[in-house]
Write a protein that binds this ligand. Sequence first.
Ligand code: SPQ
Length: 431
Amino acid sequence: MPQSKTIDYQNVNLKGTIQVPGDKSISHRSIMFGAIAKGTTTVSGFLLGEDCLSTIDCFRKLGVKIEVDGTNVTIQSAGIEAWEEPKEILYTGNSGTTTRLMLGILSGTSLHTVMTGDASIGKRPMRRVADPLRLMGAKISGRADGQYTPLAIQGTTLKAIDYTMPVASAQVKSAILFAGLRAQGTTIVREQEVSRDHTERMLKQFGGSITVDGGVVSIEGGQQLTGTHVNVPGDISSAAFFLVAGAIVPNSEITLENVGVNPTRSGIIDVFENMGAQLSVHIDDENAHEPTATLKIQTSQLKATTIEGDMIPRLIDEIPILALLATQAEGKTVIRNAEELKVKETDRITAVVTELKKLGAKIEATDDGMIIEGPTKLHGGSLKSYGDHRIGMMAAVAGLITDSPVELDDADCIAVSYPSFFEHVNELIHK
Ligand code: SPQ
């Protein structure tokens, strides 16, 4: 049974320095590349969130040796061709990234595999990945013609495609690139709006070659990858909750160290600037495979903004917490072109609007986003997370500024991406 939690933090300030856990997207990919490559891969700063542990579990079932020691992980693989056909179903838990990227990876092996996940995964669309993979020759079957898990994959020989993405999605792009690595010929993916590029960056770290020219990514099939070391930076999507908390809780000052600021993920920094937040960004190493920064946020007077267009893929997972931020900003904030929120762990447009309204926020859903008017003093109430970690953390941060406690129905789901979230909240709280 999920545990409910009372967020009872009235009249607090937030002060101090924390390091948020490792980036979820990069952690998944470190295991995937480490398993595909020949040799030993070591990973530091790995996220021990439930989603990334699901990825590890799937690869262990494929016979890849993976050892976890704190946030250090060692992967020993004789390469993708040495994987074993799993006797069990691969369970991807709550993780869309695991399910979709594994579809692309498994399609080009010689193995028969079956994948399934939890109830939320069972409702998320998979044809966006299965359809382009089928154009490459992949043999995928599942409920509603491969739209929903459980999915069965009969690995086969793949051929390259030239594919124009109908939606901005790093998961679709990455699944095609992983399949392209095994396909005959050069696979091309064309993006109208650039989505996160961790797959492209990490492929090079493993000795692979890939060309990126604006929104056009090309990968040659048949490349051999070699094990390497991957250093996972802190997750900006996790840092986002403390950036917002620091900006809206009175008399606060929070420093977040070692946060990944890859430009395809750092849209929230631009939004903070547009809203007049007191945020300072000190880049540690611009030339790292994944650049990092120290971010310092102070309580801020905020003004409303518009979030739209090619900014959306750069902050898609931060929109729930940015909606809370907008309730404290002067004026009308408009978020549009964000219909992708409807196919996340839950429909995040409906969830955010329903839950923030319960606290007294002036927020309305639109077809592709939401409109929020502020500033509004929020009151306490009973909120639902819908089993979605990002909605759960948004509710918890809201509870830092409400005039009475917030009761959250299921706080356990936060462990999907940020198991130490409440420890960090407690570390920063000053009365
Ligand atoms: O892995 P999952 O469940 O899809 O996780 C989410 C999240 O909020 O943590 C989305 F619900 O992040 C996705 C993100 O929205 C992770 C991701 C990736 O690692 O490639 C890409 C984005 O999804 P998409 O559909 O835009 O490709």
